[in-house]
Design a protein around this ligand. Structure first.
Ligand SMILES: [Zn+2]
Length: 289
């Protein structure tokens, strides 16, 4: 099986990005996996600390590994937004392919110091694991927000990005470039879209020349996403859009079968709803017509 690094490097050469989707339950995992298999494109599934606590770190590790082995398919597992070394170590030991080590809430120097130490420790557990570091402010919570936070002061500068990469040794950088976790109600309805600072992405890419992840991409303008990938984004995170689809699909499944108690008869509606979102996002990221 190919490594995540080689999959990302190939995506970079082809000018496409690998989709990253958070999975908080088996419905989401099944839907994302089916979408990726039908399109024959590699995919990353992510579990945040909250999602890992719910699913079990070793259990989600074993589930993704079993899909990869049984279907000989490039599905990879990322420990999304990991805020402590202890929880990063748990994920590394459970066979995760990548870890987002997120100390972006700390002052820059402290973020650098602790991230550098974490890179060393985690690579001693698995030399092939990819560590992603984060600087800047893109808000928290992949959910529906009432008001947009002001993230304009937390944008990542190319100089800061270069300094961070040189001094931490992370493999992947998650910059703040106009992206934001979660969505506003107007974005769920589709009346407004997130817009990205495309020039900043290009500048950060040329300053660092590392793999770049775009977090919080739910509700982003399609054309901006295409241009962001052209400017050097290699991984795109979608979470809130899937969660919205999951809830709608589940409600639909329950409404369609008011007397039903068999989960596998109710849940296909949720899987279908999530698949529609995952498939359309994967097509866009992979430039599939
Ligand atoms: Zn994120």
């Amino acid at each position: 099986m190919r490594s995540l690094r080689s999959v990302l490097e190939e995506a970079q050469k082809k000018g496409v990005a690998v989709g990253h989707f958070n999975i908080g339950d088996f419905v989401l995992l099944k839907a994302v996996f089916e979408s990726a298999r039908e399109l024959e494109v590699p995919v990353i599934v992510g579990a945040s600390e909250g999602e890992r606590k719910f699913l079990g770190v070793r259990q989600i590790g074993a589930m993704v590994q079993s899909l990869r082995e049984e279907f000989n398919f490039p599905i990879f597992l990322n420990a999304d937004h990991t805020h402590s070394l202890a929880s990063a170590i748990d994920a590394a030991k459970a066979g995760f392919d990548a870890i987002v080590f997120d100390l972006s809430a700390l002052p820059f120097e402290e973020n650098v110091r602790q991230t550098r130490a974490a890179v060393e420790e985690l690579k001693s557990i698995n030399p092939d694991i990819l560590i992603e570091g984060e600087i800047g402010d893109i808000g928290t919570g992949s959910e529906i927000h009432d008001v947009a936070p002001d993230l304009s002061k937390g944008l990542t500068s190319p100089q800061e990005a270069k300094q961070y990469i040189d001094s931490t040794g992370v493999d992947v950088l998650a910059p703040a470039v106009g992206n934001m976790h979660g969505m506003l109600q107007s974005m769920v309805q589709g009346t407004t879209k997130k817009r990205l600072d495309l020039a900043r992405i290009s500048q950060i890419k040329s300053a660092t020349n590392v793999l770049l992840t775009l977090h919080g991409a739910s509700g982003t303008d399609d054309e901006d996403l295409r241009s962001a990938i052209d400017a050097g984004i290699n991984i795109v995170h979608i979470n809130t859009e899937l969660r919205v689809a999951w809830r709608r699909g589940l409600e639909e499944g329950l409404a369609k079968h008011p007397q039903e108690v068999v989960p596998y008869k109710i849940l296909p509606a949720a899987i279908e709803a999530v698949k529609q979102v995952a498939t359309s996002r994967l097509k866009l990221f992979n430039k599939v017509k």
